[in-house]
Structures are given as structure tokens and as C-alpha cells.
Write a protein that binds this ligand. Structure first.
Ligand code: MG
Length: 510
């Protein structure tokens, strides 16, 4: 520590005398995006990982960060390489001179940390240098020495403002914090809570995305504590969307181009905030803090044939990141089928917002799955005065149609005046689709996979037409038979029939 302090003082004093001229530093304003190119933007351009060419590409893309891995040769040179071996040579047992006999696949010399940092400071107005210090395989002490040498070099090159240090080794990060208090540091190994990171002066949690699925409370805690959130290594749009919904500050990816394309379109970058969700990243019965049941043989008004159970994993169960609502051919209470109807009634209600549900539908004649909402005042003023918003309805005998509908006192299916439209889809049973509404005081848009296929406008008449300025709760259910679903009978060969729900997200305007 003392050694670093002295050498940095020396640089500062020499610089102020004009003897040693550090390159002039244009002020750095990091790109207003969340994209960290993992080992540089290598993949799409078929560049070697961790090459200066890949770094330059990340800078050209204006990624907010470009990540790279630091290791040390047997003769104490810091070089950039991910694996402990380079061209089959063990880096820690090979001299720098021996390593650089072998160029990277694009002809580039194996870069030193000095060369890499200098390249990363050249014509780079916006990209952080995300410096991963790999622990030594020789000794813990050597790992600490690698960290100290890297920090000293960053200091010497006056690159401090641009660098974020990351490591799987907690003690390496603690060493860096001790050497450079206040420098951004992110821990990679996923086994420390945000509270622990905060206590140790580490400023970010850069964990594998599965860690955040397992401990979603860490996302909330990190935000509360001002711990930066980063996730690695996220290469698919679906996971990127989930992290963006949760407003991660960074996403580390091999596909920076994809993330840069998705980011401006995502809801949280367009005035929406995630206010309620269930990602179904747990096992067993649905989360009782979010969902209740509506057990019984109701649905009688529609002549439905199912009995809805409660707390029964045969009919509603969460596993592998997905909620399954399962209808079975099973006699219960004079009904021939069991199924489940989950609702947020008395647990969560919303007025306006963007409601999105990613689901895969059950196939077969007689099924009637629905994702829908009812006014919380249904008990006092009853249906249809309370209002109903059907985000998604589907009947199994009509294979390719998804319906979005509203019902109110003035417009409902008893009178045949409900406002409904369908969108056609080829594969609701084999692929997940996002069924959504965007509900404001002026309109409700019905949306499938981002396509608005029905729009109900507020005519500004009375609550008989538009009861939609009040709180509504969410419902997920799978009915069997009934006035609509059972119009062509029920095919008993289809059971068990399952609706899968990957997630439910509710966004509201900021
Ligand atoms: Mg790395």
C-alpha cells in the first residue's frame, strides 16, 4: 500500500513539474447505455476474445463498458488473456518473451495490460475499461500482487477514471479498495449479499444472472444500498429483457450489438417502471404473497365443466422457471375436470399500466385459457358493472385465434355488445408469446408480441361504458368447456392440458 502511495505521489509531482507528461485526459462521459462487451465486442466480428481489435470494436459501438481479463507471466508481466493457458502454455509458468512468440488468431501480439489500457484510452470518449483481475493459480499472495501491479499501472497511466475492477476473488477486490478507495469494484462470484459488499466497500454485484433469479431480493437490496447491478454473461434477448425490466445498470454480453438494438425499445427506457411481477423462479405452489385461488365449481354462468382446486400442485405448480396451470380429467364435486384459477384479488390491484404475460397455451378442443382482469368492486356492484379486461382469451376449437376484449355495463357478451378483436397466430401451443395490454385513462391497447391488434378508446360517456378508471386485479385460469370454450364439445383425449406462464410483469408510468 505504501509503495503505491509513494509511486503515485511521484507521478503527480513529476507531472506537475512537466518532466513526465501524462497524456491529456479529455473528460470521460460514459455512454448512457448498459452494455458491457464481454472480452470486447469479439463475436459478431469474429475477432479473438480479449484482443485490442475487440476492445476497439466495443469502443466503436459506444458500449458503456468493455471487459477484459488480466493475468501475470512467470516474469511478472501483466498480460490480457482469459484462460490460465495461452496457446497451451501455462501463463504463470511461461515468460512474456516465450508467450508473445505466438500471435493471436488475427495476427495481433498478445497484449500487455499497458498496451491494452493505452489502446482503451485512445479515441474513447464513452467506454469504461472493465478490468477483471484473475486470481493466481500459484498462490493467494501472487493474486494480491497482480492486483497491486494492475492498480499501480492504471494509476501511472492516469486511467483511474475509466476503470472498473472486477474479480471472482473477494480478497483481490478488498485489496483494490484498500489501495484505491472509491474506485468502482464489482464482485463476480455471486455468494455475497449486497449488504456484505457495501460493508466491504465493494461498489457492485456482477453476478451470473441465475444468481439474481435465485435471490431476487438482492436486486431490491442492491438498489437501496447503491450497489451497482451487473449480470454476466447474458446472450439471449429474453434474459436481457428481464434484466432491463429490473433496471440493471450493466449487462455483460457476448452480443453487445443485440443488446444495443433491444435497449432503446425496452419499456423501462420508455417511461415505464416495473411495479409488480412474478418471474416464477421458485419451486412448488404459486407464491401466496402474490396469488390466491378461486376454488370451487363456479364459472356456472358460463356452464363451465371444471372444479377449481386450491393449494394443489396437481393443478397449479411452479418449476423450471414456469407456472403451469393444469386441467385434468378428474371427478370432483359433480364436475368432471379439475383445474386452477389464480388471482391477485385482495393482494394486488392496479389502475392503468402495461401488463405483460409470457405464456404458452394448452391445445385441444374444450380448453378455454384466459389471462384477464376484473374490477375490485365486483362484490359491491357485481359483473359486468365492475368491468372486465381480457388480456388474452383462447378457445381450443379455434386453433389460431387470440382474443382481446373488454366488458362493461354497456358493452358485454350477455348483450352481445362486448368489444373484442382477434389476432391470428400459428403457434400458441409450441412457443411462448407475450400477451399484453397498455391501459391509460384514454385507451386500452391489446398487444401480442408487441403488435397492437385491438384498441378500445375511452368515449368519455359514463362508467357504464368505461368503468376502467378504478383498481383491477389479475386472473390466470384454464377453464374447460363452458358457453364459449365448450361450444364444440370437449375432447377427453387432450388431458392433462397445461397453460404455461413464464412470467407476469406489471409496469406503470413513471
Ligand atoms: Mg472475464
Amino acid at each position: 500500500m505504501i509503495r503505491i502511495a509513494v509511486s503515485s505521489l511521484l507521478i503527480v509531482s513529476l507531472a506537475s513539474c512537466g518532466i513526465l507528461k501524462p497524456r491529456s485526459q479529455a473528460p470521460v462521459a460514459f455512454a448512457n447505455n448498459i452494455v458491457v462487451a464481454h472480452r470486447g465486442a469479439f463475436k459478431q466480428n469474429k475477432l479473438p476474445e480479449n484482443s485490442i481489435a475487440a476492445l476497439k470494436q466495443a469502443i466503436a459501438l459506444k458500449c458503456t463498458g468493455s471487459e477484459f481479463d488480466v493475468r501475470m507471466t512467470s516474469d511478472d508481466s501483466l498480460i490480457i488473456n482469459h484462460d490460465p493457458h495461452y496457446k497451451k502454455l501455462p501463463i504463470e509458468e511461461t515468460t512474456y518473451a516465450d508467450l508473445i512468440r505466438h500471435p493471436l488468431s488475427n495476427g495481433e501480439k498478445l497484449p500487455t495490460l499497458r498496451e491494452y489500457l493505452l489502446a482503451g484510452m485512445e479515441n474513447n470518449p464513452a467506454t469504461r475499461l472493465v478490468c477483471e483481475i484473475k486470481p493466481s493459480e500459484v498462490s493467494k499472495e501472487r493474486g494480491q500482487r497482480i492486483a497491486a501491479k494492475a492498480v499501480a499501472l492504471v494509476h501511472e497511466l492516469r486511467a483511474r477514471e475509466r476503470v472498473v475492477y472486477i474479480s471472482f476473488d473477494y480478497d483481490i477486490l478488498k485489496k483494490i479498495v484498500a489501495l484505491e478507495p472509491g474506485v468502482p469494484t464489482q464482485y463476480l462470484n455471486g455468494d455475497r449479499s449486497p449488504e456484505q459488499l457495501k460493508a466491504d466497500g465493494i461498489t457492485g454485484a456482477d453476478y451470473h444472472y441465475s444468481v439474481f433469479k435465485k435471490y431476487p431480493e438482492w436486486i431490491t437490496a442492491a438498489k437501496k444500498l447503491g450497489i451497482a447491478l451487473n449480470a454476466w454473461t447474458v446472450n439471449d434477448a429474453e434474459t436481457m429483457e428481464w434484466l432491463m425490466a429490473n433496471e440493471f445498470e450493466f449487462i455483460t454480453t457476448n452480443e453487445p450489438e443485440l443488446l444495443l438494438e433491444l435497449m432503446p425499445k425496452t419499456l423501462t427506457r420508455n417511461g415505464w417502471k416495473l411495479v409488480w411481477s412474478d418471474e416464477f423462479n421458485y419451486q412448488g405452489l404459486p407464491d401466496t404473497s402474490k396469488w390466491g385461488y378461486h376454488p370451487g365449481a363456479h364459472g356456472g354462468g358460463n356452464d363451465e365443466l371444471q372444479y377449481y382446486t386450491a393449494n394443489d400442485t396437481m393443478n397449479a405448480v411452479v418449476s423450471n422457471g414456469v407456472l403451469r396451470i393444469i386441467a385434468s380429467k378428474e371427478n370432483r364435486e359433480n364436475k368432471s375436470y379439475t383445474s386452477s384459477k389464480l388471482q391477485t384479488r385482495n393482494k394486488a390491484a392496479f389502475t392503468y399500466g402495461r401488463f405483460e404475460v409470457r405464456a404458452k397455451l394448452p391445445a385441444g378442443r374444450g380448453t378455454w385459457p384466459a389471462i384477464w382482469m376484473l374490477g375490485t368492486n365486483i362484490d359491491s356492484i357485481s359483473w359486468p358493472a365492475c368491468g372486465e379486461i381480457d388480456i388474452m382469451e383462447h378457445v381450443g376449437y379455434e386453433k389460431d385465434s387470440i382474443y382481446g376484449t373488454i366488458h362493461s355495463e354497456a358493452y358485454n357478451h350477455i348483450k352481445g355488445t362486448q368489444k373484442s378483436k382477434a389476432i391470428y397466430t400459428a403457434d400458441p401451443y409450441t412457443r411462448f408469446h407475450v400477451y399484453a395490454i397498455e391501459w391509460t385513462p384514454e385507451k386500452i391497447d391489446f398487444i401480442m408480441d408487441g403488435v397492437v391488434y385491438n384498441q378500445i378508446r375511452n368515449e368519455h360517456l359514463t362508467v357504464r361504458e368505461w368503468p376502467f378508471d378504478a383498481p383491477f386485479f389479475l386472473i390466470l385460469n384454464l377453464a374447460i368447456g363452458g358457453g364459449w370454450g365448450g361450444r364444440k364439445g370437449v375432447d377427453d383425449a387432450i388431458f392433462p392440458a397445461t397453460m404455461e406462464v413464464d412470467w407476469v410483469r406489471v409496469f406503470q408510468a413513471r
